[in-house]
Design a protein around this ligand. Structure first.
Ligand SMILES: [Cu+2]
Length: 396
């Protein structure tokens, strides 16, 4: 073997051995708002709650270390100092009240002490009273929905989905996936619409889920709370400093569990106000855009409101109608039938009956209410989502 070949082989071996370590370190940089390269400890806390958790964690660990050293120290010392070859004679007493009291009382005091240390922290974590802002976070497979319920920004609602392109994720489909991935230091921890909140304000997060159990987890802000369908849980945080804080769904929720990160952007009060104003304008513009592709959940929610203010008077909120006057929409052949027929009925009404034309409603409102009737009550229609463009195309 030539020298060059040996050198080449050694290099290849070194790369293979260290590649996962040194190779990654040279390519990857600290993630802003996320983990750092070589980070071994918990993420740096960004508020009082997270600092409390950090302190508790360290304190508990040192208590465990001390107990470990104490117990194993005595054990090893005894084995060494009282070994048979030194002529040690074992004691052979039975039942020692003193020892039994000691090994009950000492651990009891330790456990109660740790409990007391943790209690204040847990109570502080659970105290969601008097928030400045309340946001609802809803877990979907596989994204988060945020609704600003109370406080400045009230009314803002949007979905927040992973923004890392598939070309970086799917090696088998895109040959340059690896290179692109390594160039992206927020890989899988970035979203299209982050949750934006003001600094130094108490933000209460009301948490639920739409399909399966998810979990809302942002370690640097000290929050982790399960999102359970049909239940509402809450937590809160107050960020000390503006910045970006990253987290992720922390409850295995299906195929794309790893693809629903949480990004919280903390802004100064003025910047937050500006963001809220811009977001509201953007929402108004979107609401009127009939070309927007809507998600089933959003359109359904909108449709429920449209239905309540335009249709429930006759067809009833229950969808059961009024016998002899207004037909039930629950189980209605028109609602469950071909799309085109219901679209035509809503746009044109039915001559000679109380069912008037609703063409004064926008395409978005019509699509929303139609989608809603196809999903509400006991109704179940395959492919129930109707986009506003369908109404736009059918208008004469
Ligand atoms: Cu999830």
């Amino acid at each position: 073997m030539s020298k060059v070949m040996i050198k080449g082989a050694l290099n290849a071996l070194a790369v293979a051995l260290l590649g996962g370590w040194a190779g990654v370190a040279s390519a990857v940089k600290d993630m802003p708002g996320g983990p750092a390269v070589y980070q071994l400890n918990l993420p740096e806390p960004a508020n009082a709650i997270a600092r409390g958790q950090y302190w508790l964690h360290d304190m508990l660990m040192w208590v465990c270390v001390l107990i470990f050293i104490g117990v194993f120290g005595v054990m090893f010392y005894s084995m060494w100092a009282h070994r048979k070859s030194r002529g040690a004679k074992p004691a052979d007493f039975h039942e020692s009240t003193a020892v039994e009291i000691a090994w009950t009382v000492v651990p009891f005091i330790i456990v109660v002490g740790l409990g007391i240390a943790a209690t204040g922290e847990v109570i502080a974590q659970k105290d969601t009273s008097n928030p400045d802002i309340t946001v609802k976070a809803t877990g979907y497979q596989w994204k988060w929905g945020y609704d600003y319920l109370k406080g400045e920004g009230e009314g803002i609602a949007f979905l927040s989905a992973l923004s890392t392109p598939r070309e970086q994720i799917e090696d088998f489909r895109y040959p340059d996936a690896k290179a692109k991935r390594e160039a992206n230091n927020t890989y899988l921890m970035e979203v299209d619409n982050p949750l934006v909140v003001p600094v130094n304000k108490k933000v209460r997060v009301v948490i639920t889920a739409n399909d399966v159990i998810h979990s809302f987890y942002v370690p640097r802000l000290g929050i982790k709370q399960d999102a359970i369908p049909g239940f509402v849980r809450d937590t809160w945080f107050r960020a000390d400093k503006p910045g970006v804080y990253r987290g992720a769904c922390a409850e295995l929720c299906g195929k794309d569990h790893a693809f629903m990160p949480i990004v919280i952007e903390v802004k100064s009060e003025e910047d937050y106000r500006a963001w809220a104003d811009a977001k509201k304008k953007e929402m108004l513009a979107l609401a009127d855009d009939p070309n927007k592709e809507w998600q089933l959940a959003e359109l359904n929610a909108r449709g429920e409101k449209v239905y309540a203010s335009n249709c429930a008077a006759c067809h009833q909120a229950s969808g059961k109608g009024v016998a002899g006057a207004f037909p039930a929409l629950e189980g209605s052949k028109v609602v469950l039938g071909a799309r085109a027929d219901q679209i035509a009925l809503l746009l044109n009404g039915k001559q000679g009956t109380a069912m008037a034309s609703f063409k004064q409603l926008s395409d978005v409102e019509l699509a929303a209410v139609m989608t809603y009737t196809r999903n509400a009550w006991g109704n179940k229609v395959e492919d129930s989502l109707v986009q506003p463009s369908a109404f736009k195309a059918s208008r004469k």
